[in-house]
Design a protein around this ligand. Sequence first.
Ligand code: AHR
Length: 650
Amino acid sequence: MAYSSCTLLLIILCFHAIEAQPLHTAKLLINASNKLGKQIPETFMGVFFEEINHAGAGGLWAELVSNRGFEAGGKNVPSNIGPWTIIGDESSIHVSTDQTSCFEHNKIALKMEVNCDSSNSCPLDGIGISNPGFWGMNIEEGKKYKVVFYVRSTSRIDLKVSFVGSNDGVKLASTNIKGNDVNASTWRRVEHVFEAYATNHNSSLQITTNEKGVVWLDQVSAMPLDTYKGHGFRNDLFEMVAALKPRIFRFPGGCYVEGKWLRNAFRWKETIGAWENRPGHFGDVWGYWTDDGFGFFEGLQLAEDLNALPIWVFNNGFSIYEQVNISAISPFVQEVLDGIEFARGSPTSKWGSIRASMGHPKPFDLRYVAVGNEECDTQQNKFIYEGNYPKFYDAIKRAYPDIQIITNCDASKEPLNHPADLYDYHQYPKSSNYMFNLAQVFDHASRIGPKAFVSEYAMTGKESGRGNLLAAVAEAGFLIGLEKNSDLVEMVSYAPLFVNNNDQKWNPDAIVFNSHQVYGTPSYWVLSLFKESSGATFLNSTLQTNSPTLAASAISWKDSINGKSILRIKVANMESQTVNIVIFIEGLESSVHLSWPRKTVLTSSNPMDENSFSNPNMVVPRESILDYAGKIMNFQIDPLSVTLFDMTMY
Ligand code: AHR
């Protein structure tokens, strides 16, 4: 029995009734001969990174200061400086904003009028401003942090810069910044590397003074020195993604690319070059400001660091509430051509030279672009989308014939009326049964025409909790179906990838983090069970079962380290009972033996079980060694589980 029509309560009751039910037996017939198998595309398993849930700002991008240029309140003054707060009372300090920044694209600066000094009522530690980062900065003993800011003043610069525990006020690192000039009225850059002498995961950055006068501050940044390759990516979050061995990296959205309104769309040109000069923008779909430290360049860099091919989803003149029609689309087309030149043009080209000046003279390996995201979904939008699409397609193919272009019109049911190399396909079912059975969605889809890119999928809704075992097993069933259809499905990515636990805009997600902790949801662990599928051989296999919620597949690949061939059998069992499976393997050359059998199981005692910061390993794959591998094997598959059997063929 499967779960789809059960209420949540019934799901749990079904699960606990396991023992009473008779064993169901299934047979899996595998032909291990490569000749009968087919190659799964090298690009098969990927990731989709969207600036949602603070995935980048306050997440993978390690910048600790939030609203570093004081621009989040808008271009006009007076403005809102949140989440900065003021240290000191109204009689001693008056804080406002003005438009006197030395940075052309972000004119807002913070003005601090100080009415006290050390001999006259200023508190010992001074008065000033404090930034809590993204729900607390993670400052760790012995680690180094580079703080940069810009300052000018009507008097001598005399500032104290400190990292302080937000909950206890204990200083973790501190320095005094003193200028020699009596009057420091022109902007100057200050840089200091701190080494923390204590740890607090919930810290703030404070800039204070005891000097009477007016001080202006702008572009305040605090970066840990220890980031992935010094590229600015938080190590623990980077490692979680890298462990999935993604072959493609879709970015930067999602609806984030579109914005609710075009004025809030992701504009790649505003996110490149020196960080101080990036204006930042309000991502109105997910409802938060980003300083755009993680911009277009950083997305391309991250893909390269992950050894994945970038897939740039560009804005095609659509926001959720506005569409640019064909007569006005040409500037958007030019913006895309410029973006491709930025990514892969020569370092002497106009846009390629900016990339080179940012430290990457070598072109990025951009081979795929997607014309927008989810705009071909309603009749009215489809009409405009299909009208504008050829403008992008023709211009890109003319300039870059090798670039693969992705449409977001679904070609799984009916042929497209426009050319494309791939079509984008998204699914967020609310029922586990529906998710599991989507495995068949491409079984009868046309093989003539573009390939499919399942760039967003995940189970959502109540049944999936905050990312539980049930959702993960249903998704594993779906992925087995995609592997089977990988002659058509060229790429797959789960969505969303990340969530900062303090600001969840979308649920569930694959990787959950806060300032200093991270864990994978069961869906993340399912992805890890499919990481060897890219480029592997999908072996011919048949599952004989009368269960609609049991799925199995077999792949083989050569281990890159020892060169030995591995056979991997995957079984997703969404049944509430143990299943007996008999596996028959044929097609092995007589000299080949199966050895070193290992079993990996993802399961738990309750379908609703989830991981958490306090119990990150509640639902994770557990490996054991089997005592036998051979051409006929009999195994018991746990209720609600994903099970791998790995064997070396030699
Ligand atoms: O993954 C979350 C959102 O779901 C994406 O931004 C959008 O493409 C989809 O609707």
